[in-house]
Design a protein around this ligand. Structure first.
Ligand code: PLP
Length: 434
C-alpha cells in the first residue's frame, strides 16, 4: 500500500466523538476500534488492518474468528438455550466446567469452583469466601488482607484497595470508602528480590490478624509485566501456611496459557506449594464475560443464598470455557507457548540492544512480555506511531501499555512466525523513527 491514508479514519473519528458524548469515562486509550478479527489480525471500521500484540489485555488468546469458538457459539444458539440460571438449577456445561477446573487446577483438593461474570467478580467472590470461612470457624480477628504494591485485582469496592497499579486514579478517589485499617501493602516479589525481605515484613506485622493474601502470579500484568521471584513466592506461601493465611492467586491475566500454563501458577505446585484459591477470567470465556474461583471445598459457604449471581455459569459461556481449556491445552502440549516465549524474548532483547537509549529493560514470561521505555511520553508516542504505520504500510501494530512506562507484548497464542516477524519489524520501524 503506497497511498497515504489518514489514521484514524472517518468512521473511527465519528465514533470517538459520539463515545465522548454518550459513553462513560473509562479507560479508553486506543484509537483502534475493532470491527473484525482474523487470527492475529484486527480490522477497524475504516478497513485499516493491524497485527494484534494486545489481545484485549489477554482475552483473545486464541486469536480472532477461531473455528472452535464460532462452532460452540452457533451450536449453543441453535439449541435455543442461550441462557438459563446455573446458580439456580445447575446446567450440564457449567458443572462439567467446574469439575474440569477443579481437577486440573493446583488448588489443594478437595476443591470446588464458583462461576462468575468477570475477573473482578471472581476476586470479590474469593474475598467473600475468605470472610465467610473465618466467620464459620469463629476467627473473628482475622480481617487483614495482604496486597502487593502495583497490583491489579479489579475495580469494585471489595477489592479496589488491592488495585494500585495507578493508585491516583484507580484507588485514591474511592479510598475513603475502603477498609483502610485492614490493608497491608508489601512490595511485589519481582525477580531477584531477596526472600529475606519478607521475613522482616512478617516479623513487623501480626500475622495472626491476617486473613488472606492476594497475589498475581507468576507475573504482575497491568502493573508492568513484572515476573515474580520463585524463592520469594515460596517463602510467602510457606509463611501464609504457617500463619493460617489464605493464599489467593489471581491468574486472571496470567492464566489460560498466557504465562505458559493453564493456571499460570502450576510452577509453585511443582515446588509443593498449593494456593487455597485461584481466580480466573478474561481468556477463559473465549470472548464472552466470565470469571471463576477455584477454592478448597472446606471454605465453601455454609448456607445457600450467601452468594450467587444471575449470569454466572450460563450454558453458552460455560461451553466456551470447556472449549477454550481444550484448545489452550493443545497449544501448550504442542510447545507453541514455549516457542512463543523464546521468540518474544529473543526479539525484544535484540531490540533493547539495538535501541538502548529508548528501551531500558526487557522482561516477561510465557507469552506476556514488556519493554520498559525511557519515559512515559516516549512510550505513548511509540504506541501511537505503531498505530499510524497503517497509513503507509499494509498493517499497523496494536500495542498495549502497562505500568507507568512499559509496553506489553501479548499476541494471540496462535500467532504464526510470519506475523510475529512482521509485527516486530513494524515495532523496529517505530523505534528507528524516534
Ligand atoms: N485481575 C487481574 C490480574 C487483571 O488483569 C484484571 C483485569 O485486567 C482483573 C483482575 C479484573 O478483571 P475484569 O476486568 O474482568 O473485571
Amino acid at each position: 500500500m503506497t497511498d497515504k491514508r489518514t489514521f484514524p479514519g472517518p468512521v473511527a473519528c465519528g465514533l470517538m466523538k459520539e463515545a465522548e458524548c454518550y459513553c462513560a469515562t473509562t479507560t479508553v486509550g486506543s484509537r483502534i476500534h475493532v470491527a473484525r478479527r482474523e487470527g492475529a489480525l484486527v480490522e477497524d471500521y475504516d478497513g485499516f488492518m493491524f497485527i494484534d500484540f494486545h489481545c484485549d489485555a489477554s482475552v483473545n488468546n486464541l486469536g480472532g474468528n477461531h473455528p472452535v469458538i464460532n462452532e460452540v457459539i452457533e451450536r449453543q444458539a441453535r439449541s435455543g438455550n442461550i441462557f438459563s440460571e446455573h446458580h439456580n438449577a445447575p446446567n450440564l456445561a457449567a458443572v462439567e466446567l467446574s469439575k474440569m477446573l477443579v481437577e486440573k487446577s493446583p488448588v489443594r483438593k478437595p476443591a470446588k469452583a464458583y462461576l462468575a461474570n468477570s475477573g473482578t467478580e471472581a476476586n470479590e467472590t474469593a474475598t467473600k469466601i475468605s470472610m465467610a470461612a473465618r466467620r464459620k470457624s469463629q476467627q473473628y480477628d482475622k480481617k487483614k488482607v495482604i496486597y502487593f504494591k502495583n497490583s491489579f485485582h479489579g475495580r469494585t469496592l471489595g477489592v479496589i484497595a488491592g488495585t494500585n497499579s495507578k493508585p491516583e486514579v484507580q484507588r485514591d478517589p474511592f479510598w475513603d470508602h475502603c477498609d483502610q485499617e485492614n490493608v497491608v501493602y508489601l512490595p511485589y516479589p519481582r525477580r531477584g528480590t531477596n526472600f529475606r525481605l519478607y521475613e522482616e515484613y512478617f516479623k513487623d506485622m501480626n500475622p495472626a490478624l491476617i486473613d488472606r493474601m492476594f497475589i498475581e502470579l507468576p507475573c504482575q500484568g497491568e502493573g508492568g509485566i513484572i515476573p515474580a521471584d520463585d524463592r520469594s513466592v515460596q517463602y510467602l506461601f510457606e509463611a501464609c501456611r504457617e500463619n493460617d493465611i489464605f493464599v489467593v492467586v489471581d491468574a486472571i491475566q496470567c492464566g489460560m496459557g498466557r504465562a505458559g500454563s493453564l493456571f499460570g501458577c502450576e510452577r509453585y505446585s511443582w515446588l509443593g506449594l498449593q494456593p487455597d484459591m485461584i481466580t480466573l477470567g478474561k481468556a477463559l470465556g473465549g470472548g464472552l464475560p466470565i470469571g471463576a474461583v477455584i477454592f478448597r471445598a472446606e471454605l465453601d459457604f455454609k448456607k445457600k443464598g450467601m452468594h450467587s449471581s444471575t449470569f454466572g455459569g450460563g450454558p453458552m459461556v460455560a461451553r466456551l470455557g470447556l472449549a477454550v481449556i481444550k484448545e489452550i491445552e493443545a497449544l501448550i502440549s504442542k510447545g507453541q507457548v514455549q516457542k512463543l516465549e523464546i521468540a518474544l524474548g529473543a526479539h525484544l532483547h535484540q531490540l533493547q540492544k539495538k535501541f538502548p537509549a529508548i528501551v531500558f529493560e526487557t522482561r516477561g514470561i510465557g507469552a506476556m512480555w514488556a519493554h520498559e521505555i525511557v519515559d512515559q511520553e516516549t512510550r505513548d508516542l511509540i504506541i501511537r506511531k505503531a498505530e499510524e504505520l497503517v497509513e503507509t504500510e499494509e498493517y499497523g501494530l496494536r500495542l498495549l501499555s502497562a505500568g507507568k512506562k512499559a509496553i506489553r507484548f501479548m499476541p494471540p497464542l496462535t500467532i504464526g512466525e510470519e506475523m510475529q516477524n512482521r509485527g516486530f519489524g513494524l515495532y523496529e520501524k517505530v523505534l528507528s523513527s524516534l
